[in-house]
Structure formats: C-alpha cells, structure tokens
Design a binder for this molecule. Structure first.
Ligand SMILES: [Zn+2]
Length: 152
C-alpha cells in the first residue's frame, strides 16, 4: 500500500492530528538525508525544507509520554490497543538530540510503516528491532527503557 498525503504542510497544520499526514517538498541533494520530494511530516516534527531536514516540535515531543499519544499522528492510545515499538537504541536517548524519547514510545502500525519508509533512521531498521502488543504493555517497556536516560 502506498502512502497518502494530506495537503502541503503549513504552520496552520502544526496541530493537525491523524492520517494522512501533511507533506513538505524537499529538493534533491539538499540536506543530510536526501529526503523524498514529498515527505510526510510527523506530528512531533516541523519541516525545514531549506536545510533539507525535519526539526523536533518540542511541545509535541514532550506530550507523547504525558498524554500517551503516537508521535507520528498525534492520536491518543487506548490502553488495550495493539501497537508497535522500536526497541533497539543505537544512541543515548535525550530530550532533543539525535535519538529522542518518543523514538521508543509505541506507534500505530500504519504510522510505524510510514516512518520506516521516510525517516532517515527508521528506514534502516529491520523487523526484529520491533515489538508488538497492547499499548499498556509496550508503554511499560518504553518507560523502563527510557528511565536510565531521564537524568534531568
Ligand atoms: Zn499514529
């Protein structure tokens, strides 16, 4: 199945929740990741098309654990809802660095599928780097995994 898009991203869509995601247009050869010409913008990100990159939307990033929402679409999870989570941290988790806390929080299956197509890091992952199960269980595992990094 292909990925569908909402309209082109603008600041008016910063708070847009759900799928399909708005997209940003990237020019070939600009930025570190060579992002596709139409790239969906996750709920906890803001496009920087001049830099050829995405930046963290810190308020949304902070809301992921607080409000138990999917970082990709912004929708709140039910505790018994089936979800998927990336488990293999390759760099330290920080509030706003290369790997952030929401990276190991549960996603919806479709949201993770899209992230694994477009995200420069997630597209290099393999199927055995993920676990699936009810949100409540995956959230417990995520909380345990981020605890050592929650120093500040
Ligand atoms: Zn989602």
């Amino acid at each position: 199945m292909r990925v569908q898009f909402l309209q082109e991203w603008s600041t008016a869509l910063k708070e847009f929740v759900g799928l399909p995601r708005p997209f940003a247009k990237y020019k070939k050869g600009i930025g570190p990741h060579n992002l596709p010409s139409r790239t969906p913008i996750p709920w906890q990100s803001i496009p920087d098309t001049k830099a050829g990159n995405l930046r963290l939307f810190q308020r949304h990033e902070d809301n992921v654990y607080k409000d138990r929402v999917c970082a990709y679409c912004g929708i709140v999870f039910e505790f018994n809802e089936e979800a998927i989570r990336w488990t293999t941290i390759d760099k330290p988790l920080t509030k706003n660095g290369q790997r952030v806390f929401s990276d190991v929080h549960p996603f919806h299956f479709e949201c993770m599928r899209q992230a694994r197509i477009y995200c420069p890091h997630m597209k290099r992952t393999t199927d055995d780097e993920f676990e699936t199960g009810p949100y409540a269980q995956l959230r417990e595992n995520a909380d345990a995994q981020i605890a050592p990094y929650m120093i500040n």
